[in-house]
Design a protein around this ligand. Structure first.
Ligand code: FAD
Ligand code: UDP
Length: 392
């Protein structure tokens, strides 16, 4: 990372707005290609929503909610492995349902515990099929669940959680929201089953520091686009913030769901049995995450975080609904009419993407940008093969 004094603002080839995965990966790729990049973030740090830090007790915590890395893409895993070593970690989640802790996603043990049964894996599909409601066209987040497990499990595990998380009933949300969560008939209790599941050994922020450590990259945190737009002239723009903000909300505001995070440190070695406990019934929060499970840190105290969904605040989740997609399409048309501004990332492409999908999207974008760069401007060490965006 170069200090900003070394290069006057007009000497940058690129201005990148947002220092999360999308912006930082593009900064790294462009710098490796000989391009001079200024990357800014309005927050006082790099790493976007994946930012982690040591709290007052010396425990590594994720500032903006638990970030668990998982991917089936070896290309994505190999790219990030250039900036970090890894700690193997397989996430497990339990739901606090009817006063007990049961595995989430629903599996054989979830059903047996909640209904006091001793079903086998061979018997569970028939049990579920008897309760499942036939749905001709599965279009909503409710349809996905009731068509697989029936209304009772839907009410116990999905309905209230989803209403809390999104401020909407599952019947008002796209199927893709609950389709993220499988239904299992065996005893598999890992939240994800991807080929690569691990956490950056020294944390996400360190990984981003290494990614941005290049003499061609200047980082300015605590700087919003409005602060700098008039001083960086002639640079090409990559925008990873909310797309509606870039266009001055001309097509109306896109809905984003926000969260309020409450961090606590407790004087016990462990607070809960697994990384995350979901509360799909009564509480105002959706889940509690205990970071030591994720980070593997040894410490005689422990830090946890509660997530309280909120209508207002930082935009964290694009809302998967037909109406918001229609608004987004109007912004996408404006973006298509601005061919030299690149819109990349979860907020700029308005998609409920995981980290690995954003990595793939950023690398694919770089491949397209690379074709527009002057030839022979310095080596690019990553494969220049076309990268594929992984869809959810
Ligand atoms: P961001 O990380 O949001 O970065 C965009 C940056 O742009 C922000 O830092 C913002 O401050 C900056 N910015 C915006 N506007 C401006 C402006 N006008 N001027 C300057 N800067 C600006 N994914 C997983 O794979 N696993 C998980 O376990 C997981 N858990 C998650 C938990 C939560 C609570 C949330 C919200 C997301 C989670 N994700 C998870 C998704 C993950 O956070 C995203 O896929 C990823 O961070 C997206 O990267 P990005 O660069 O697109 O966006
Ligand atoms: N969900 C639920 N109950 C649960 C877990 C998930 O209703 O115990 C639903 C909810 O609508 C949530 C969605 O499934 O928003 C996706 O869950 P995931 O854990 O993937 O959410 P994220 O980690 O992205 O917030």
């Amino acid at each position: 990372m170069a200090s900003e004094a070394k290069m006057p603002a007009r000497d940058y080839d690129w201005l990148i707005v947002g220092a999360g995965f999308a912006g930082s990966i593009l900064a790294e790729r462009l710098a490796a290609h000989g391009q001079r990049v200024m990357i800014i973030d309005k927050r006082p740090h790099i790493a976007g929503n994946a930012y982690d830090r040591f709290d007052d007790a010396g425990l590594l915590v994720h500032e903006y909610g638990p970030h668990i890395f998982h991917t089936n893409s070896t290309m994505v895993f190999d790219y990030l492995s250039r900036f970090t070593d890894w700690r193997p970690y397989e996430h497990r989640v339990k739901g606090h349902v009817d006063g007990r802790l049961v595995p989430i996603p629903i599996n054989l043990d979830t059903v047996n515990a909640l209904y006091d049964l001793q079903l086998t894996s061979a018997e569970l599909p028939t049990w579920l099929a008897r309760r499942a409601e036939p749905v001709e066209n599965v279009t909503t987040a409710e349809d996905v669940v009731v068509s697989q497990v029936g209304r009772d499990l839907y009410e116990k595990i999905f309905r209230a959680y989803t209403r809390k998380q999104w401020g909407l009933d599952p019947s008002e949300l796209d199927a893709s929201v609950t389709a993220r969560i499988p239904v299992r008939t065996d005893r598999e209790d890992r939240y994800f089953t991807d080929r690569h599941q691990c956490m950056p050994l020294d944390g996400y922020t360190k990984m981003f520091e290494r990614m941005l450590e290049h003499p061609n990259i200047t980082v300015r945190t605590g700087t919003s686009y409005a602060d700098i737009v008039t001083t960086v002239t002639g640079a090409r723009l990559i925008w990873t913030g909310p797309i509606d903000e870039y266009f001055g909300f001309s097509e109306g505001r896109l809905p984003y769901r926000s969260l309020r995070f409450v961090h606590e440190t407790h004087d016990v070695e462990f607070f809960q049995p697994v990384g995350t406990v979901n509360y799909p019934q009564d509480q105002d929060y959706t889940r509690i995450t205990e970071y030591k499970h994720l980070t593997g840190q040894t410490h005689d105290r422990t830090s946890v975080m509660y997530e309280y969904p909120a209508a207002d605040g930082e935009p964290y989740y694009p809302v998967p609904q037909a109406e918001s997609q229609a608004t987004f399409k109007r912004y996408q048309a404006l973006a298509d009419a601005s061919p030299d501004i690149w819109f990349v990332g979860r907020l700029a492409t308005y998609r409920y993407y995981n980290m690995d999908q954003i990595v793939a999207q950023a690398l694919a974008t770089f491949t397209r940008i690379e074709r527009t760069l002057p030839a022979g401007q310095g080596p690019s060490t990553a494969s220049s093969a076309e990268h594929t965006v992984i869809d959810a």
